[in-house]
Design a protein around this ligand. Structure first.
Ligand code: BGC
Length: 987
C-alpha cells in the first residue's frame, strides 16, 4: 500500500478459508457477449482466493466486530455450468448499522470496454434489498467513488444478476472520501466492488463469478473547462477555455455545442460582472483537444470587499460535461489584512475579526490530500491545511506535477470569501524525500555522526529549497528526538542518544526557515517533533500494535528535563514555526498516577511548551494521533484542543472533526479563547511565510532539485557521516588503482542506503531515481581500479588483495521497523554474514554496515580488518566511496552507543556499568583535526587496542564526548587523557 494507516472506518473480519487444489482460471458467469481485449479478472473464488484483513483483497466489514459478516469459500458445484469443482463465496450476516464484504483490487482496472457488471448469487429468499456497488477513481478501493445498484433476495437458487454500467447510481448515503466527486462513473480506473446488506438484518448469501461483460456503447466526446476555478481582480477579464476531447483521440464524428451562461453566486450581474451568455460550437471533425474561450468581464470596484464568485454554467449538447461548471472568483481587495505593509499581528487581528467559527475551525483542520478528492471540500470545509503522508504523491511524481497539484488545491482555498491560503505540509526528513529525483541526505543518525552543525544548516537550506520549489512551504522536520533504545524503528530519525548533540544539530531549523526569512522561496516552516520523550519509550509498551514505538516513557521530572526538554528549548530559541507532539505516552514518576498520551497533556503542551518555554508557533498533532486518546472521538477532540493542540492532522474524517469541534465550542466545552489562540498562531505563520502575497508555487528553483550543487553537499554529508570503528593495519583508505572485490546486500542498492521515508513511508529496496549506489560511487571515484561486484560473494575470490563488504538493513519506518516486529532483528542476514565470512577469509576486508541503528557485529569485528558504520547515507553513494579511497578523511564519530550484546539494550552514555562494543563518540580519524579534544581523543583511541582496554575506558570516552559537546572542554580532555593512561596500562 502506498499510504499508511488507511482503512475503511469499520471492523474487518476474515474467514481464513482457502480453497485447496482449485486451479480453474477465470470463467465468466454466462457465455460472454462480445468482449474487447482480455476480460479484467474480478473474482470467481477459485484458486488462490485472497481473503485479507484489509485493502487490497476480499474482506468483510461491519459497524462493529460482533456484527461483521463471516466469509468463507464453499463448494458450489455447477453454478453457471462450471463443473463439479466450482466454489463460491458464502457470507452469513447478522449486522446492526451496516455490513457486507468488498473486493479491493491491487491495481485499478480499465472496464471501459465493457457494458456492465455481473455476478451469480444464491439467496435465502428473505426479500431483503441487497445493494452492490462498484468503485471508480481515487487512490485505492477504500478511497474511490461508489456507484450502486441492488437486487432483491427473492430466490433460493442460483441466478445471474447483470447490470449495465449506465444503471449504477452514485451513492448518496455514503462516500468514503478521497475519491473523485465529479459524478462521472469513469470506468478507466476501477478499484473493485462491494456488497452491502441492509442495516439490522440477518441472512446468508452466496456469490460467484463477479465479472464485467458486454461491449461498451460508443462514447460521446467530453467537454471540460481546463481549471475549475479562475481568480481575477475586480475589473479584469477571466478567460475560461472549454476543451473538447474524444474518447479515442480522433476528430469528433458529430456536431457538439456548449451553451454557457454566467450565473450569480456571491457576485451579481450588473454589480460585479457583466451578464453574458452564448454558445460554443464544436462541429463534426473538430480535433480532439480543441478549445474555445469564454470571456467573463468583471467590473471595477474600489470598495473594500471579500472575494465573490459566479459560475459559468455549461450545458453541452452532443457531448458530456466532465467535471463541474467552472467558477470565476473576484479577488478580495482593500481589506487591511491584505495590506502587506501592516505588521503581521495587525493583519492577523483584522482577519480574525472577519472570520466565522466555521472559518476558524477550518484553519485548525489538516486533511490528507488523498482524502479530499478533487479538492472542492477545501472550500466547503474551509480546510486550513493539507498534507502528504509518506508516499502520498501525485502521478507522475515530478516537481511540476507536485506544484500543479498543490496550486490546484490552493486555488480551491482561494475561492472562499476571505481567501485564506491553505498551508501544505510534508515530511522532508532527509531532503524532499517523497519527490522522485530529490537530493537525499543521510538520515539524522548519520547527520549526528558528522558532528557538523553547519552541514545540518546546509541540509535544511537545500531540503527547504527543493521542497518549496514544488509549492510546499512546510516540513514536518526535524525530529529532535533523543533515541534511547536501538530497538526503536525511528532510531535513525534521531541525531543522537545525547540531547546535547541533538541540540547542536538543530542548526537545521535555521536552514529550513532561512534564519527567520520564511517568505523566501528557499525557506519552509520547520517542525520540531515529537514532543516529548518519543525516543524514551519502554520496550513492550508500544501502541498501535508496535513493540516500542508510540509506547510509554517513564521518567522522573529530572530525567525528563535532562534528556528530553533541551532540544525543545533550542527549537523555541530558534523560532521553530511548529511543533508536533508524540504519539507516545508519558508517565512522570512520582507525579502521574498512570501514563498519559502526549497529545492529551495540557501540562506539557500548554504549560511547559507554550507558557514556560515561550513557544510562539503552532502545535500540529500527529497523523490521527488524537484518535488514540480515548475510545470516543469527540472526547479526543475536546481533550486534545484543550491540551493546546492548534491544528489537527485529522487526516481523513475532517467532516466529523469539524462538526465535533464546532459543537464543543457551542456547548462551551472548548472555550472560544482556545480557538482564537490556535487560529492566531496558525495565521501568524501563514503571514510570515508570505502565503497571502504568494499563495502559489514559486517554481523558479525547480531546476535546483537534485542538482549537482545540491548533491555535492549531500555527498559531503554522506562522507562526513562515515564512522571508522576499526582500521587494523590502516587497511583504509584503499588505493584507487587496487583490485577490489565488492560484496554484500547494500553495496548496490540505493533504496536500502536511503532507508525509510524515501518515496514511500516505509521506503523500499531497489533503485531510487537519481541516486548513486556505494558501488557506483566507488567506480566513479576509482576509474583505474579493477572492481568486481558479487553480491553474495559467489564469484571467485582468488587474486584480490582487498574486499569491501557492504551489509546491513533494508528500509523501514516507525513502529513497523521496531526490533521484534515484522521479522526485524539486530542480526545480519545469513547472506550478508556469509559474504563477510567468504571475503574476509580470502583477503583484507572492510565491512560497511548500512543501517539505521547499531547491529550485532560483535562476531564480525574480529574477522574484519576495517569496520565502518555507514548509517543510511542517502542518495549520494560517492560520499561513502570518497572516504574509502581517502579523497576525504574519516571524521565521523558515533552518535549513539554501539552495543556489544543485545541484552545490554537500552545502553546509553552515562549508564552505570557501561561496557559497549564501541562507546558514544568513538570514531577513528584519518584527517587532521588539531583541536585539543581531538588530539586527546586520537591518542586515547590509538591506545585502545584490545577488548579489555575498550571495556576499561569506554565510559571515559563516552563521558568525554558528552562533556565536549556540552562545552566542558577541559573536563573532556581530562577524561580522554585518563582513558589513554588506563588503556596503556591494560594493553
Ligand atoms: C509520523 C510523523 C509524520 C506524520 C506525517 C506520522 O506517522 O509520526 O513523524 O510527520 O506521520 O506523515
Amino acid at each position: 500500500m502506498p499510504l499508511k494507516h488507511r482503512r475503511r472506518p469499520a471492523f474487518l473480519t476474515v474467514a481464513a478459508v482457502l480453497v485447496a487444489g482449485a486451479t480453474a482460471a477465470f470463467l465468466p458467469g454466462s457465455p460472454a457477449t462480445a468482449s474487447v481485449g482480455p476480460l479484467p479478472s474480478v473474482e470467481n473464488f477459485e484458486g488462490s482466493v485472497q481473503l485479507s484483513n484489509g485493502n487490497p483483497g476480499i474482506f468483510a466489514f461491519g459497524a462493529d466486530a460482533a456484527h461483521t459478516p463471516a466469509l468463507s469459500v464453499v463448494a458450489a458445484p455447477n453454478v453457471a455450468g462450471e463443473g463439479a469443482s466450482n466454489h463460491a463465496l458464502d457470507m452469513t450476516y447478522n449486522v446492526t448499522g451496516y455490513g457486507g464484504f468488498t473486493q479491493d483490487l491491487t491495481a485499478a482496472q480499465d472496464w471501459s470496454h465493457y457494458g456492465g457488471f455481473s455476478f451469480w448469487v444464491k439467496g435465502s429468499g428473505t426479500g431483503q434489498r441487497i445493494e452492490y456497488e462498484i468503485k471508480d477513481g481515487g487512490s485505492d478501493g477504500e478511497h474511490s467513488e461508489l456507484w450502486q445498484a441492488f437486487f432483491t433476495d427473492s430466490s433460493t437458487s442460483w441466478r445471474q444478476i447483470q447490470t449495465p454500467f449506465s444503471a449504477f447510481v452514485r451513492r448518496s448515503d455514503f462516500q468514503p472520501g478521497g475519491g473523485p466527486t465529479d459524478g462521472n462513473l469513469d470506468l478507466v480506473s476501477m478499484w473493485g466492488y462491494a456488497v452491502n446488506v441492509p442495516g439490522n438484518s440477518q441472512g446468508e448469501l452466496a456469490f460467484d463469478d463477479f465479472a464485467v461483460y458486454g461491449t461498451a456503447a460508443p462514447k460521446p466526446p467530453k467537454v471540460a473547462a481546463s481549471s475549475g476555478t479562475y481568480l481575477v481582480n475586480a475589473g479584469d477579464t477571466a478567460h475560461v477555455p472549454v476543451t473538447l476531447t474524444t474518447s479515442d483521440g480522433q476528430p469528433s464524428t458529430s456536431d457538439a455545442s456548449v451553451a454557457w451562461q454566467l450565473t450569480d453566486g456571491t457576485a451579481q450581474a450588473g454589480t460585479d460582472y457583466t451578464a453574458a451568455s452564448g454558445t460554443l460550437q464544436f462541429p463534426a471533425g473538430t480535433a480532439s483537444g480543441t478549445s474555445e474561450t469564454i470571456d467573463v468581464q468583471t467590473l471595477p470596484n474600489s470598495n473594500p470587499s471579500a472575494a465573490k464568485s459566479l459560475t459559468v454554467t455549461l450545458t453541452p449538447t452532443g457531448a458530456t460535461l466532465s467535471g463541474n461548471s467552472p467558477q470565476v472568483v473576484i479577488n478580495a481587495h482593500g481589506l487591511p489584512y491584505l495590506d502587506s505593509s501592516l505588521p503581521i499581528s495587525a493583519r492577523v487581528a483584522d482577519l480574525m475579526s472577519r472570520m466565522s467559527l466555521a472559518d476558524k475551525v477550518g484553519q485548525m483542520t489538516q486533511a490528507e490530500r488523498a482524502a479530499v478528492g478533487n479538492g472542492s471540500d477545501i472550500a466547503t470545509y474551509r480546510l486550513g491545511s493539507l498534507l502528504s503522508g509518506g508516499g502520498s504523491v501525485p502521478t507522475p511524481n515530478t516537481p511540476t506535477a507536485w506544484a500543479d497539484m498543490i496550486d490546484g488545491y490552493q486555488r480551491q482555498a482561494l475561492t472562499t470569501p476571505l481567501q485564506i491560503p491553505m498551508i501544505y505540509g510534508i515530511d522532508s526528513v532527509h531532503g524532499d524525500n517523497n519527490l522522485a529525483g530529490a537530493t537525499l541526505f543521510p538520515h539524522n543518525v548519520g547527520m549526528g555522526a558528522t558532528r557538523d552543525p553547519s552541514l545540518a544548516y546546509e541540509e535544511g537550506q537545500i531540503a527547504a529549497t527543493e521542497t518549496r520549489a514544488t509549492g510546499i512551504p512546510w516540513a514536518f522536520s526535524p525530529c529532535v528526538c533523543v533515541t534511547r533504545d536501538d530497538r526503536w524503528g525511528r532510531a535513525y530519525e534521531s541525531y543522537s542518544e545525547d540531547p546535547a548533540l541533538v541540540q547542536q544539530m538543530e542548526t537545521v531549523i535555521n536552514g529550513f526557515q532561512g534564519n527567520g526569512h520564511l517568505d523566501r522561496n528557499t525557506s519552509v516552516l520547520a517542525t520540531a517533533k515529537h514532543f516529548l520523550g518519543d525516543g524514551g519509550t519502554k520496550y513492550g509498551t508500544g501502541s498501535n500494535g508496535y513493540p516500542i514505538d508510540q509506547g510509554i516513557t517513564y521518567v522522573t521530572p529530572q530525567q525528563l528535563n535532562d534528556l528530553f526538554v533541551g532540544p525543545y528549548k533550542t527549537a523555541v530559541a530558534d523560532h521553530v514555526g511548529s511543533i508536533m507532539p508524540s504519539y507516545s505516552s508519558l508517565q512522570i514518576l512520582g507525579q502521574d498516577a498512570s501514563p498519559i498520551k502526549m497529545h492529551a497533556r495540557q501540562d506539557m503542551i500548554t504549560g511547559l511548551l507554550k507558557q514556560k518555554l515561550g513557544f510562539q508557533g503552532f502545535v500540529i498533532s500527529d497523523y490521527a494521533a488524537i484518535d488514540q486518546i480515548s475510545p470516543d472521538y469527540k472526547n479526543d477532540v475536546k481533550i486534545g484542543i484543550n491540551a493546546g493542540l492548534d491544528m489537527i492532522m485529522v487526516p481523513n474524517q475532517y467532516v466529523t472533526f469539524e462538526n465535533d469541534l464546532t459543537s464543543l465550542v457551542n456547548s462551551g466545552d472548548v472555550p472560544m479563547s482556545r480557538i482564537d489562540d490556535a487560529v492566531r498562531r496558525i495565521l501568524t505563520q501563514k503571514f510570515a511565510l508570505g502565503l497571502f502575497e504568494h499563495p502559489f508555487a514559486d517554481r523558479s528553483n525547480i531546476g535546483t532539485i537534485g542538482s549537482a550543487a545540491h548533491r555535492a553537499v549531500a555527498r559531503q554529508a554522506a562522507a562526513e557521516s562515515q564512522v571508522l570503528l576499526k582500521n587494523a593495519h590502516n587497511v583504509l583508505p584503499l588505493n584507487r588503482s587496487a583490485k577490489i572485490y565488492v560484496a554484500g546486500s547494500n553495496a548496490d542498492d540505493t533504496g536500502n542506503q536511503s532507508g525509510g521515508w524515501t518515496l514511500t513511508w516505509q521506503g523500499q529496496s531497489g533503485t531510487i531515481p537519481g541516486a548513486t549506489s556505494i558501488l557506483a560511487g566507488m567506480r566513479q571515484d576509482a576509474p583505474n581500479a579493477t572492481i568486481t561486484y558479487s553480491k553474495d560473494a559467489s564469484a571467485p575470490t582468488d587474486g584480490y588483495k582487498y574486499g569491501v563488504v557492504v551489509v546491513g538493513e533494508k528500509p523501514y519506518a516507525e513502529g513497523m521497523g521496531d526490533i521484534g516486529n515484522n521479522g526485524h532483528t539486530f542480526q545480519l542476514s545469513v547472506a550478508d554474514r556469509n559474504a563477510v565470512d567468504t571475503v574476509c577469509a580470502a583477503m583484507k576486508c572492510a565491512v560497511l554496515v548500512v543501517s539505521g541503528r547499531p547491529l550485532d557485529i560483535t562476531g564480525i569485528v574480529p574477522e574484519a580488518d576495517a569496520v565502518v558504520a555507514s548509517w543510511l547515507p542517502g542518495s549520494e553513494g560517492e560520499g561513502v566511496a570518497d572516504v574509502l579511497f581517502g579523497l576525504r578523511p574519516f571524521t565521523g564519530r558515533l552518535p549513539v552507543t554501539w552495543f556489544k550484546a543485545e541484552s545490554q539494550i537500552p545502553i546509553n552514555v552515562g549508564d552505570k556499568n557501561y561496557d559497549p562494543l564501541f562507546p558514544y563518540g568513538w570514531g577513528l580519524q584519518t584527517g587532521s583535526d588539531h583541536s585539543q579534544v581531538a588530539r586527546a581523543r586520537n591518542l586515547a583511541e590509538q591506545a585502545i587496542n584490545s577488548p579489555q582496554a575498550m571495556s576499561a575506558t569506554a565510559s571515559l570516552i563516552a563521558d568525554a564526548e558528552h562533556a565536549s559537546i556540552s562545552g566542558q572542554t577541559a573536563h573532556a580532555v581530562d577524561l580522554l587523557t585518563r582513558a589513554r593512561s588506563i588503556a596503556l596500562l591494560v594493553s
